[in-house]
Design a protein around this ligand. Structure first.
Ligand SMILES: Cc1cc2nc3c(=O)[nH]c(=O)nc-3n(C[C@H](O)[C@H](O)[C@H](O)COP(=O)(O)OP(=O)(O)OC[C@H]3O[C@@H](n4cnc5c(N)ncnc54)[C@H](O)[C@@H]3O)c2cc1C
Length: 661
């Protein structure tokens, strides 16, 4: 079908937020013409999208798998000891929801504003209409929650499936018991918007009946395109700029996804929008489109010879993320882990792929094998050891907001690593996320050419306050790991390099486990001085003492943080919703200051960080944006949404949302 040259609403970027806006508006009124323009490929029926367990492959950067764009720090960072960090970002319909790790969490109530169950009034978004109380009905509207639950904060009729997936590994239960032993109690549900120090079986964006990933395009866009013909999808099309008449947005220009044209000419296609242009190209995409269109810091725009439509110095500033550290541990040979599958063992792969085809409702691949996790806050004693910079932040930001965790931790049943670099054996990985870093970065275009890389400064660790909680995080996670029954040592390459004589020095696989792994080896356990420091053999009744760290050990951890801290892929904040004079880019209705008919609807609008894996928040911002636009168009959002397609349904099970008509 030829695409229309004019529609009512055009949306740039098909990530979670863009898919919600496109799907909700199109479904609300079948006469409304809506177009969604996405730079990446269509995700529909792509088995490398919908099978949950293959998700690590999405981070392969091999020139074939182009489901992600990799943003690299333009300059070396002194805060990272001269390193340039890399932030992968989705480049496919569904955005992050098509490639992410599918971990389900939700932001704390005070991240938005005062909410049910939370005593004090805390309001990080500081914007009318955006308190947790305002947003809670929308949080419920998007969820098809498939776990047993003893609170009423979740939703059951929405298009996004949330469940435990096909299986929960034994390592998860082991982790929960060990976490409890160091003072992190188990809870049924820590995603109730207020719990900030407890552990749980960690839910996933996976449909428990079909075993498929619950991505936003399938839930919101394909569902509508299956039953109506007013939603026009254009994929492999990169939006270059907004078309303005004066300061009124009247359309979009897009170019082919790859700049391979003759003589590198820019071949733009223009689509006009009668009512709204919506930018949903994500935290790193949206500010670039705005700047190419003349919305941004006037000084920068003039330097690039771009006509200024609205002078907004905040565009591209205040980039935020969560910071990940991961430490890898040896697991007992009896443990179930995904290592053989990820390593490429043929028999294991054939078996697990076949299992997913025949029994997706209970298959290993119907899971991300990230089955348990916790949110934590430091104790008074721990705070004393965390230095003045973090204590200042604590007093200002965390102390009076008891619903805010400082860190998330979760266990992966396998090594989240390149298996070609690992010795044989089984592993588990401790993921650790700093939820509210004080550091900030920025992104700005360097050219009007949409194919030219922008200037990017992740800003990772450029505020000293972020070192202490990450150092604490490493220690806490190590204490949990050491107390697990499956623990068989530390993979020393994936830990800080402590002095070999330090009692804190890491110890690798114990000799008994190594001999089981390599029974015919002539070298297991040979004396090689400091090269070989095996763990003690496993003793189920051992009582553990916490490891003591010296100043020198702490310095080794800080260096390791600088060398290895990474993105959590949770970018937000570059087009903040706050007053214009404070660097704001959008108002409370998500309209871009100084323009007409132009909205930003994605995580770039967050004025402050959100303590969560951010898919839930991107969906929520999309739901809120859809409501605001629908209201202005005089429409009402229809619930439940169009039935989510799952065809071909592998097991013959019907869709999970029973649609009553
Ligand atoms: C590898 C990875 C793992 C993650 N793991 C989790 C997890 O386990 N749990 C969780 O909750 N969250 C996770 N996230 C985060 C979550 O997926 C994101 O926060 C969420 O997708 C952000 O939604 P968004 O709509 O703001 O933007 P995005 O998802 O970034 O979507 C933006 C879309 O716009 C498109 N685009 C960009 N520029 C243009 C342009 N010029 N023209 C047209 N289209 C454009 C992109 O291709 C993309 O599809 C992960 C993200 C990644 C990348």
């Amino acid at each position: 079908m030829v695409h229309p040259e004019e529609v009512d609403v055009i949306i740039a970027g098909g990530g979670p937020a863009g898919c919600v806006v496109a799907g909700r508006l199109a479904y609300a009124d079948p006469t409304l013409q809506v177009m969604l323009v996405e730079a990446g490929a269509n995700n529909r029926d792509d088995p490398w999208v919908y099978r949950p367990g293959i998700y690590p492959r999405n981070m392969q950067r091999d020139g074939v798998n182009d489901k992600a764009t990799f943003y690299v720090d333009t300059k070396q960072s002194s805060f990272l000891r001269g390193r340039q960090s890399i932030v992968p970002c989705a480049n496919i319909l569904g955005g992050g929801s098509s490639i992410n790790f599918q971990m389900y969490t939700r932001a704390s109530a005070s991240d938005w504003g005062v909410c049910i169950g939370l005593g004090a009034s805390k309001d990080d978004f500081k914007t009318e209409g955006w308190t947790c109380k305002d947003l809670h009905p929308l949080m419920k509207r998007l969820e098809n929650y498939q776990k047993p639950c003893n609170n009423d904060t979740h939703g059951y009729d929405g298009p996004i499936a949330i469940s435990n997936g096909g299986q929960i590994t034994g390592l998860a239960q082991d982790f929960l018991r060990a976490a409890d032993a160091i003072g992190i109690p188990f809870s049924d549900d820590i995603q109730d918007l207020t719990t900030s120090h407890a552990s749980e079986i960690w839910a996933k964006y996976i449909n428990r009946y079909t075993g498929r990933r619950s991505d936003a395009a399938t839930a919101y866009v394909h569902s509508v395109m299956d039953v109506q013909n007013n939603l026009h999808l254009r994929t492999n099309a990169r939006v270059s700029r907004v078309i303005f008449e004066g300061n009124k947005a009247v359309g979009l220009a897009y170019v082919p996804a790859k700049g391979r044209t003759h003589k590198n000419e820019i071949k733009e296609t223009i689509v006009r929008a009668r009512k709204y242009v919506v930018l949903s190209s994500g935290t790193l995409g949206t500010p670039q489109i705005l700047e190419r269109s003349g919305v941004g810091n006037a000084k920068l725009l003039k330097e690039l010879d771009i006509k200024v439509v609205s002078d907004l110095p905040g565009v591209g500033e205040e980039y935020q993320d969560h910071y990940t550290l991961l430490s890898v541990f040896r697991a007992s040979n009896e443990s179930f882990t995904t290592d053989d599958f990820l390593r490429g063992d043929k028999e294991t792969q054939e078996r697990l792929f076949a299992q997913w085809e025949t029994s997706p409702e209970k298959a290993v691949l119907s899971s991300n094998c990230i089955d348990a996790g916790f949110k934590i806050r430091p104790t008074e004693a721990e705070l004393k050891e965390m230095g003045p910079e973090f204590n200042e932040l604590w007093n200002r930001y965390f102390k009076d907001k008891p619903d805010k965790p400082v860190l998330f931790g979760s266990i992966v049943s396998g090594a989240y690593a390149d298996h070609s670099l690992l010795p044989p054996g089984k592993y588990f990985t401790m993921f650790q996320y700093l939820e509210y870093p004080a550091s900030r970065g920025k992104i700005h275009i360097q050219s009007t050419n949409p194919y030219k890389e922008p200037f990017f400064d992740s800003g990772f660790m450029n505020n000293k306050a972020d070192f202490a909680p990450l150092r604490w995080s490493y220690k806490v996670n190590r204490e949990v790991a050491r107390r697990m029954d499956a623990f068989r040592g530390e993979l020393t390459s994936h830990h800080p390099h402590f002095h070999p004589a330090s009692p804190a020095a890491t110890r690798d696989i114990d000799i008994k486990t190594a001999k089981q792994l390599l029974p015919n080896s002539l070298t297991v356990g040979i004396h090689m001085g400091t090269w070989h420091r095996p763990s003690e053999p496993f003793d189920p009744s051992k009582v553990h003492e916490d490891i003591k760290y010296t100043e020198e050990d702490d310095k080794a951890i800080d260096d390791w943080i600088s060398d290895h801290v990474e993105t959590t892929w949770h970018s937000l904040g570059t087009c903040a919703m706050k007053p214009r004079e404070q660097g704001g880019v959008v108002d409370k209705r998500l309209s871009v200051f100084g323009t007409q008919n132009l909205k930003c609807v994605d995580l770039s609008i967050c004025p402050d960080n959100l303590g969560t894996n951010t898919y839930s928040s991107a969906l929520l911002v999309g739901e809120k944006g859809a409501d605001l636009i629908a209201e202005e168009l005089g429409l009402k959002i229809r619930v439940p949404h169009a039935p989510v397609p799952h065809s071909p349904i592998p097991s013959g099970k019907p869709e999970t949302i029973p649609v009553k008509r």
